[in-house]
Design a protein around this ligand. Structure first.
Ligand code: ZN
Length: 408
């Protein structure tokens, strides 16, 4: 029986190669391309800001591919929310063997989860966002004809007080729209987690759904047990060497009775003063957030090809965003969104309440800190936020929803 093989040097080598490759690839213009569509009622200002967020992400993602995201302005979320399309039952080995992924333990055909009740289970079942799946060479996934063609659905709060202009400072009584768009796109690209639905199902091994990002979620305790940390309230951190090195703490989960910090697991540990990156769960008034190296390391880890230091020429990006906005697809895609939810095979399963039937079963952060409000959630694993959003979204689609962009 073989022992585990640790190859910590490979990661660094790969990063160095990626950095060295920047110059060489700069002329080839390889980049992920975002195809946004917009629900009728989205204003041109909102569309342009969203297109800019896509342009910014494309500058970092050197993986060629088409990412399709539908965007709608709705009235149920604090600031924004993402519902990524998912492939629910991917084989861990396929993910591990992808050319785009560097997993240190490349011997085992599964991995261990340290659960809320202290037990450890082995699994080879992985949940991957479809956009993430597109970035992976080795994942056996045929996306054609599924998911209504969508990789995600993003909702922005139409009633929030937004600042749209990325070239000016954010007004002190406004939230930066592009920051929130960048954040929600990040969830759609695969910054998701299965941690928070796990404790509800401690007696049912079939429902654990670790995400590709969860494979890099450790605590000291879980590392000692050779497992990723799948618990709420465990001080879990992002690690690329099986828990030996803490590169940045994750949020600890919404359930404060289990020791969670009130923020959904697929975020960095909240820090208003020194946010770890765009995937921080809180955004203050009058502030702008940026994609950090730590953010990029996480996306790199789950399989994206990353340019860590692109030249962000704002004039060009704004110009491109304006062109894209003028050609934007504005269409009612509520049926495709519904198909995406169904096909993802996670959102309505495993005994969770149905938010369409029970309006109290959804949950999201309510913006309780002073002067701040949450940037939620990939409704991702809970799905509940997304589903509740969907239901309101679907009911409201026939109405011609007013979108006065700066109303309070
Ligand atoms: Zn979030």
């Amino acid at each position: 029986m073989k022992n585990k093989v640790f190859k910590p040097q490979k990661w660094y080598l790969r990063t160095a190669l990626a950095l060295a490759g920047v110059v060489a690839s700069s002329t080839s213009a390889l980049a992920a391309n975002f195809n946004f569509s917009y629900q009728p009622g989205t204003t041109h200002e909102q569309i342009e800001a969203f297109e800019l967020a896509g342009q910014i992400w494309s500058s970092y993602l050197t993986e060629p591919g088409e990412i399709n995201i539908h965007v709608a302005m709705t009235d149920i979320l604090p600031l924004g929310g993402a519902t990524p399309a998912l492939v629910a039952n991917q084989n861990y080995t396929s993910f591990r063997d992808s050319d785009d992924v560097e997993i240190f333990d490349d011997i085992h055909d599964g991995f261990n989860l340290l659960l809320q009740n202290g037990t450890i289970i082995s699994t080879n079942n992985l949940m991957i966002a479809t956009a993430n799946a597109k970035s992976l060479m080795g994942v056996n996934w045929d996306g054609s004809g599924r998911y209504g063609g969508l990789d995600g659905f993003i909702q922005m709060n139409k009633n929030a007080s937004w600042h749209y202009d990325y070239t000016t400072n954010v007004s002190s009584n406004k939230f930066d729209f592009v920051t929130v768009a960048l954040h929600e796109i990040g969830h759609t690209l695969g910054f998701i987690s299965g941690v928070e639905r796990s404790y509800q199902n401690d007696n049912d091994n079939t429902v654990y759904k670790a995400s590709s990002l969860d494979l890099f979620r450790y605590s000291q305790e879980s590392a000692d047990l050779d497992a990723i940390d799948f618990r709420v309230g465990s001080n879990a951190y992002f690690s690329l060497d099986e828990g030996n090195t803490n590169l940045g703490n994750f949020a600890e989960g919404v359930n404060i009775f289990l020791g969670g910090d009130g923020f959904q697991a697929p975020h960095w540990k909240v820090s208003l003063d020194n946010p770890l990156g765009i995937m921080d769960p809180l955004l203050g008034w009058g502030t702008r957030r940026y994609i950090s190296t730590l953010d990029l390391q996480a996306f790199d880890a789950i399989g994206w090809d990353i340019n860590y230091s692109p030249e962000l020429d704002m004039d060009t990006l704004l110009e491109n965003a304006a062109i894209e906005a003028n050609e934007a697809v504005i269409a009612d895609k509520s049926e495709q969104v519904e198909a995406m939810i169904e096909d993802s095979e996670v959102y309505k399963q495993d005994g969770w309440c149905d938010p369409i039937v029970d309006p109290n079963c959804g949950w999201w952060q309510s913006g309780d800190a002073e002067d701040v409000i949450s940037v939620p959630e990939p409704s991702a694993i809970m799905g509940l936020l997304g589903l509740l959003g969907i239901s309101v979204f679907l009911k409201g689609r026939s109405k011609n929803v007013a979108t006065n962009s700066n109303n309070v």
